[in-house]
Design a protein around this ligand. Structure first.
Ligand SMILES: Cc1cc2nc3c(=O)[nH]c(=O)nc-3n(C[C@H](O)[C@H](O)[C@H](O)COP(=O)(O)O)c2cc1C
Length: 382
């Protein structure tokens, strides 16, 4: 038996299976099978000359460490079916030598999904690209924008923007895997190429060299990275946004796909960018206001979101949470993503407190928090 949940427009947005139906389904691989998580069909590399299927990138959700994990991505999928989602960055060494199920496993419902990798060794990255293909990702993305000292000491992230030849080698090696290869860059790194014409030339030369190696899509965080002296957090706020430079890049390379990222927090801003470049990538605002992504989807694709309100979203997400909690997930892995759902609404602080303060109370914590919110809303309506 199934219970259907419908959105405001009456369309079914999620169907929850009862135990009897589950028994009749073929068994899917689980952590005990050594995969660590649900996983999708394994793929082989496409035959030579065969192009990978095109990836829609007009709306993307940015890779964010400790944010865009599989639970958040599953939540987002109830809101938008059209956005391309990115994983958190996985360092190449960890991917090759660590617990792959934990790092690479995902629920098929999260697709389309791009895997972001951090690294600088072409051979390692080639092997990562093969893993991305095998695990059924839709794209592999190389992180060239992270300014953190730890990443820099590993010789990857934003510091690689000073080494276009090495990046080109990495991209060429990754492309051999057969998946689309994209890079996430900054408009430059502090001091590199200076300002004005010099900086533009430097960025253009970098892009030309990396494109020639097989990268057709550049995601540009529209800020320079300042290496040394600024924390990663400050590096997301302090260097000024340089949207014009990203638009210029699109003019200089009209045949490349250019996706703009950084400081996009409303639909008007997204629409302005989409008049100039090929896509927008949303980072922090997707965590602050996940339901806005549904609205953006409607504006960009003309496709209304299946879910527009928090209650339906939580109804649909609850069975997934329950299942994962039964499998050993910690409540905190979900509440960190749910905390923002009532952002800007009366009772939001109460909701966050109820979710945050209850330790590991399991689903009952979420139910209690929902009852508290219902009370706030009933009081307001009275
Ligand atoms: C908590 C957090 C973690 C991030 N982790 C990554 C990451 O793993 N890889 C990456 O390329 N960028 C990472 N970023 C940067 C974002 O992808 C994005 O470029 C940045 O936040 C600017 O976009 P926004 O203004 O829309 O947030 C992270 C940002 C945040 C806030």
């Amino acid at each position: 038996m199934r219970k259907n949940f419908t959105g405001r427009d009456g369309r079914v947005v999620c169907a929850v299976r009862t135990a009897r139906t589950v028994q009749n389904l073929p068994r899917r691989a689980t952590a005990r099978d050594g995969k660590g998580a649900d996983f999708t069909r394994k793929r082989r590399a496409p035959a030579p000359g065969q192009n990978p299927p095109p990836v829609e990138r007009r709306l993307c959700v940015a890779p964010m460490m400790e944010r865009t994990d599989r639970h958040f991505r599953r939540l987002l999928r109830f809101i938008t079916g059209r956005a391309l989602l990115y994983t958190e960055m996985v360092p190449a060494g960890a991917m090759l030598h660590g617990d792959r199920g934990r790092m690479l496993g995902f629920d098929p419902a999260e697709k389309p999904l791009a895997l972001q990798v951090g690294g600088s060794d072409p051979e390692e990255l080639r092997r990562c690209a093969l893993l991305a293909l095998e695990w059924n990702y839709d794209e592999i993305n190389l992180n060239l924008g992270c300014p953190s000292a730890r990443v820099r000491s590993g010789g990857f992230g934003a510091c690689l923007m000073a080494e276009p030849a090495r990046v080109a080698d990495c991209v060429a090696a990754m492309a051999a895997g057969g998946l689309p290869v994209t890079v996430k860059i900054r408009t430059g790194i502090g001091g590199e190429g200076g300002e004005g014409e010099g900086a533009r030339r430097h960025l253009d030369e970098f892009v030309a060299q990396v494109a020639a190696a097989g990268c057709r899509c550049f995601i540009v965080h529209a800020r320079k990275a300042v290496l040394g002296g600024l924390s990663p957090r400050a590096n997301r706020n302090v260097p000024p946004l340089e949207y014009a430079r990203v638009y210029q890049l699109k003019c200089d390379f009209p045949r490349l796909q250019i996706i703009i990222n950084g400081g996009i927090v409303d639909s008007a801003g997204a629409a302005r960018h989409l008049g100039q470049v090929d896509g927008v990538m949303i980072g922090r605002e997707a965590c602050r206001r996940p339901l806005w992504l549904g609205q953006l989807q409607k504006e960009i694709f003309g496709e209304p979101p299946a879910i527009t309100d928090v209650d339906t979203l939580l109804d649909c997400y609850a069975p997934y949470m329950e299942k994962k909690l039964r499998e050993g997930a910690r409540l905190r892995q979900f509440t960190r993503h749910l905390a923002a759902l009532f952002h800007g609404r009366p009772g939001a602080a109460q909701w966050r407190r109820a979710l945050g303060g209850a330790g590991e109370g399991g689903m009952e914590t979420v139910r209690k928090a929902r009852r508290a919110m219902a009370l706030v809303e009933a009081r307001r309506a009275a």
